[in-house]
Design a binder for this molecule. Structure first.
Ligand SMILES: Cc1cc2nc3c(=O)[nH]c(=O)nc-3n(C[C@H](O)[C@H](O)[C@H](O)COP(=O)(O)OP(=O)(O)OC[C@H]3O[C@@H](n4cnc5c(N)ncnc54)[C@H](O)[C@@H]3O)c2cc1C
Length: 392
């Protein structure tokens, strides 16, 4: 027997579940199914991300996406309540502080102008401002930094994911624990999905939200090549006898990110390209901590010269080798197949805007709120990257 759904979403991470929520909450009246193979999300970045939300980007689309991400999270009561219960997302609105090295200052000032113009409340901080605000920070050699005064910070990723799931279910979405194995095509449409359980599903529209390790394989089944690789990211938790902070989400000039989490500190860095091959293993790269993270931390925060590593975990994100931005929307020659993958470390904060955008494409055949056309697959075909400047 072949079941049928109007929309089938492959992957129930934040992207898939947000899309389901926006579809079900909006004008769309059809049936929506999310297929998720691992509801424990043990290895999904949606549950293991650092949870950061910011507007400090250079591309207007990403700034606006970040603004909506913050609005969504701060209005969880409106968007995510179920039976009057407001989910606790643990949003800490403590800002991102991105430190500027003198050679990056001009670029960051240009980005800052765009951010301000679009309504992001980001402030330049001179070295003197930084020293006054953060006495634990060594400012020598810096050219100040840029601080998010509102709408930036971090939340608990697992709570956001669960809130999306519960809301989607409450709105009538079906979420099934199974795995999409095969996509069958008829003419220029995906006509049927076959699941690991043996179930066959006819579909109106398919959304590929299968994440770092699978979005590429799912797309390849319908002849679409995605420039996306799984790249491993290691997060380290450490202790320091001397209490530093509370801190904002601090980004050092070499890209090391660190923030205080309770009595401990969480740090992560994207490895340099030569140490960042495609990867699906979960081995912790402790050398990254010793070679890159710790020296940078100790240089900028002298208290961190004496720290003790207490924990580490790793996960993969969907790295877009063309331009490190999401690939969103329709693809050529497969009329009912949409993609949202390639977030390159920004998919959690982008999930509200991306879910809303996909629901608009499905509902109306066009973007209605934010025009995200430039993030579409066409730029892959044209080999025209949409690059961020000074992005982490
Ligand atoms: C260490 C780390 C830190 C990060 N920090 C941040 C941050 O601070 N801010 C931010 O915005 N982003 C951050 N990210 C990135 C963010 O986590 C991802 O961009 C986001 O979670 C992507 O969500 P997704 O739903 O697209 O993919 P995923 O979370 O990968 O979800 C895809 C889901 O699809 C399922 N699936 C795959 N194939 C199939 C199939 N065939 N059938 C059924 N199910 C399938 C998988 O089981 C998975 O649950 C971080 C990532 C990492 C690794």
């Amino acid at each position: 027997m072949v079941d049928s759904y109007d929309v089938i979403i492959v992957g129930g991470g934040v992207t898939g579940c947000s899309t389901a929520c926006f579809l079900a909450a909006g004008a769309f009246e059809g049936s929506v199914l999310v297929v998720e193979r691992d509801p424990s999300y043990a290895n999904a970045p949606s549950a293991r991300a650092a949870g950061g939300i910011r507007q400090q980007f250079s591309t207007p689309e990403n700034i606006r996406i970040g603004l909506f991400g913050a609005e969504f999270v701060k209005n969880a009561a409106r968007y995510l309540s179920v039976d009057g219960q407001v989910p606790e997302l643990g949003f800490k609105e403590r800002g991102y502080l991105i430190l500027a090295s003198p050679d990056k200052l001009e670029t960051m000032q240009d980005n800052h102008a765009v951010q301000r113009q679009l309504g992001a409340n980001i402030a330049y901080q001179s070295n003197e401002d930084l020293a006054a605000r953060y006495p634990w920070l060594a400012t020598e050699g810096l050219a100040g930094g840029f601080l998010g005064l509102e709408n930036e910070g971090w939340l608990d990723p697992y709570s956001l994911l669960q809130a999306y799931r519960q809301k989607a279910i409450a709105l009538g979405v079906t979420i099934v624990n199974d795995e999409v194995m095969t996509l069958r095509q008829h003419a220029n449409r995906v006509s049927e999905l076959v699941l690991r359980s043996g179930r066959s599903l006819a579909c109106g529209v398919v959304v590929n939200a299968a994440g770092a390790r699978d979005a590429t394989g799912i797309a390849a089944q319908v002849g679409i090549t995605l420039p996306i690789e799984p790249r491993k990211r290691c997060a380290f938790v450490f202790e320091c006898r001397e209490q530093v902070g509370p801190t904002p989400q601090l980004i050092l000039p070499n890209g090391v990110a660190v923030r205080r989490e309770g009595e401990r500190y969480l740090t992560v860095v994207a490895p340099p390209p030569e140490r960042d091959p495609p990867s699906t293993d979960f081995d912790i790269d402790y050398a990254l901590f010793d070679d890159i993270i710790w020296p940078a931390l100790a240089e900028r925060i002298p208290a961190f010269e004496a720290i003790k590593l207490s924990n580490a975990h790793s996960c993969h994100y969907d790295f877009n080798t063309l331009d490190e931005n999401v690939i969103l929307g329709h693809v050529p020659n497969v009329d009912n197949f949409l993609i949202a993958a390639g977030f390159s470390g920004h998919g959690l904060m982008q999930s509200p805007a991306v879910g809303r955008a996909l629901s608009e494409l499905i509902d109306f055949g066009e973007y209605r709120t934010l025009d995200l056309t430039r993030l579409g697959y066409q730029r892959v075909l044209d080999n025209e990257p949409l690059l961020e400047t000074n992005c982490y």
